[in-house]
Design a protein around this ligand. Structure first.
Ligand code: AGP
Length: 607
């Protein structure tokens, strides 16, 4: 899951590509590289390990001229992050950048080795450059060489090719991984997504599965998977190119946490009618016409689905299956009639979620997605794409997208209950009035910042942390643990509180903090019993609760965080805040790279 760009400009390409790659760093930052062709047709490249800043530094000392180029920011799949493994990969007259995985690369390497052609890197991508160079060597034109190469590749890819002696040609191809062509005035661009190209052009053509594009400054010629010339629509894309500032915060994550009251209010404005008493659904979305929901997602979005399952089942009496996307299709689940398939994804590009969506197409009655990037592949391949409306989320750790997903899902579950006759219009309006209090309550949770920071400093000294929750707080325990792991590198696990005594309680000792997420609701007493079991074994408990919970069970805890009291159904939205802030301040205390934690990428576009 890497980011790729291609540029045929009338300006120097290197600085433009570095800027475009900056906007793709969410896809990986293990290494970066660019290749250009200059006016004399010379192909050259620069590559650097680590973040893009290292490539920028290198370019200061060893500039690269040329108005045509391809660039790459890498999340390592095959081969360690090293200069040799960094893209662009070059073989003789061709350079290649790639996002995806060439699954048959070992077979291809063996075939090439038999001909005495040896790779310089450990990557799957270099095989593509080697094959293309071999076809060029046999006298094929760049177009023919690329077409012949593509026929040999198995797996998922988005590729850009640049050729020595050709300063007005980039060949781009996609199978499985997204690729966008940008149309400028006498300039053309290629990018993994429209965001990368946003400052350059708003006129975008999305390549479709199997497409191959010959890009020249005068325009683009596209051939489909069968090699037939095709026309693809040019869309006007409205992306706010300026939405990348930290607005005075030290990290994007801090900014995104702080934005939650605002974006949640925007979600409610969008999804509710003027009086706030009804949920406005897009045409064709009717929960009374379905029998069950199958939800599929990854990571934090998966935890949003787990939370929503409580809502759809308890409130709308609609059965829900929830699956992790990376496992879903391997189960080959039979899809009962009347199934609505729902896919939740911030990026809309997560490869496993997209593959699950494709599995469900033709099997499910309807394919609905909830995505934060409206131009994304998942949105485009859904029957109905619902917007998450979190605004651009840059930090790798998802925060505002999660609470926006929860808010949309809560509104949908309530509407489903009304459509299915489980609640009447007055009950719907009453519940929505409660939901409308959430932006204010979330704002109240933000006021705990200083207190959370103090607790997090202590928590950050631990090597292991357990998170516990019961009922709809269980997915929040999972989310709290994931947040802590991914940005502060502290080992953390989330468990249903009742499951503790079936094994994990063996881990409890005073060096292992146990975070208990327990609003004072119907399950509070039971969770507190589990908490007592921890404290009886000298466990250090951080209790996250409300005023009533703190009064009843705050005594004897290591620390208690007291949140505003929330309507019971919507408490998960509020309890996401302390989970996010604990992870954030824990990471700040540890001095880790908050926004771009090691080994991760914002958008996981490989399986
Ligand atoms: C969240 O903090 C993670 N970085 C990650 O688990 C993420 O939620 C997951 O990769 C799914 O991404 P998506 O929502 O873009 O599909």
């Amino acid at each position: 899951m890497c980011g790729i760009v291609g540029i045929l400009s009338d300006h120097e390409a290197a600085p433009i590509m570095v800027e475009a790659l900056k906007r793709l760093e969410y896809r990986g930052y293990d290494s970066a590289g660019i290749a250009t062709v200059d006016a004399r047709g010379t192909l050259d490249r620069r590559r650097a390990v680590g973040k893009l800043a290292n490539l920028s530094d290198l370019l200061v000392h060893r500039p690269l001229s040329g108005k045509s180029g391809i660039g790459h920011t890498r999340w390592a799949t095959h081969g360690a992050p090293s200069v040799d493994n960094a893209h662009p990969h070059r073989c003789g007259p061709v350079a290649v950048v790639h996002n995806g995985i060439i699954e048959n690369f070992q077979d291809l390497r063996r075939e090439l080795a038999a001909e005495g052609i040896d790779p310089e890197s450990e990557t799957d991508t270099e095989t593509v450059a080697l094959l293309t160079a071999r076809f060029l060597d046999q006298g094929k034109s760049p177009q023919e060489a690329v077409a012949a190469t593509l026929e040999r590749l198995e797996g998922a890819f988005a590729l850009c090719f640049l050729f020595e002696g050709e300063d007005d040609l980039i060949i781009a191809a996609r199978r499985g991984s997204p690729l966008a062509i940008g149309h400028g005035e006498g300039e053309m661009f290629v990018g993994s997504d429209a965001i990368a190209l946003a400052p350059l052009t708003s006129r975008i053509t999305y390549l479709e599965e199997g497409d191959r594009a010959l890009v020249r400054r005068t325009g683009v010629e596209i051939h489909d998977a069968q090699g037939r010339p095709v026309q693809r629509e040019i869309k006007q894309i409205d992306i706010d190119a300026a939405s990348v500032s930290k607005a005075g915060h030290k990290h994007y994550m801090a900014k995104e946490i702080a934005e939650q009251p605002t974006v949640l209010a925007e979600v409610l404005t969008h999804y509710l009618n003027g009086e706030g008493s009804d949920v406005l659904l897009p045409e064709g979305l009717d929960f009374s016409r379905i029998e069950r929901i199958s939800m599929v997602s990854c990571g934090t979005a998966y935890y949003a689905c787990l939370t929503a399952r409580y809502w759809f089942e308890q409130v709308a009496r609609l059965p829900v299956d929830v699956d992790v996307a990376s496992e879903f299709r391997y189960r080959e689940p039979p899809v009962p009639e009347g199934t609505l398939a729902m896919f939740i994804s911030q990026s809309g590009e997560t490869a496993d979620t997209l593959a699950a969506l494709r599995y469900m197409r033709g099997r499910a009655q309807q394919v609905v997605s909830l995505v934060n990037v409206p131009e994304s592949s998942i949105a485009r391949e859904s029957d109905i794409a619902l917007p998450t409306l979190a605004g651009r989320e840059i930090s790798v750790a998802s925060t505002k997208a999660f609470t926006c997903q929860l808010t949309v899902l809560a509104a949908l579950a309530l509407k489903a209950a009304a459509q299915r006759g489980v609640i009447d219009a007055a009950q719907l309006a009453a519940r929505l009035a409660e939901l409308r209090t959430m932006p204010g309550l979330v704002n109240g949770a933000l006021a705990l910042r200083a207190r959370v920071e103090t607790v997090a400093r202590d928590l950050a000294r631990a090597s292991d942390v357990l998170f516990l929750g019961r009922g709809q707080m269980f997915p929040l325990a999972l989310e709290g643990a994931l947040k802590l792991k991914e940005i502060s590198y502290i080992h953390a696990e989330g468990y249903p509180s009742g499951e503790l005594k079936h094994g994990p309680i063996a881990l409890v000792e005073d060096s292992v903090p146990v975070v208990v997420m327990a609003p004072h609701d119907a399950l509070f007493e039971k969770t507190v019993s589990n908490m007592q079991e921890v404290m009886a074994r000298k466990g250090r408990v951080l209790l996250i609760t409300d005023a009533a919970g703190a009064r009843e069970a705050g005594a004897g805890t290591w620390a208690t965080l007291t949140l505003p009291e929330a309507p019971a159904m919507f408490a998960p939205i509020l309890y996401a805040l302390p989970a996010q802030m604990l992870a954030y301040y824990g990471a700040v205390a540890k001095g880790t790279d908050v926004d771009q934690p090691r080994n991760l990428a914002k958008s996981v576009t490989v399986e």
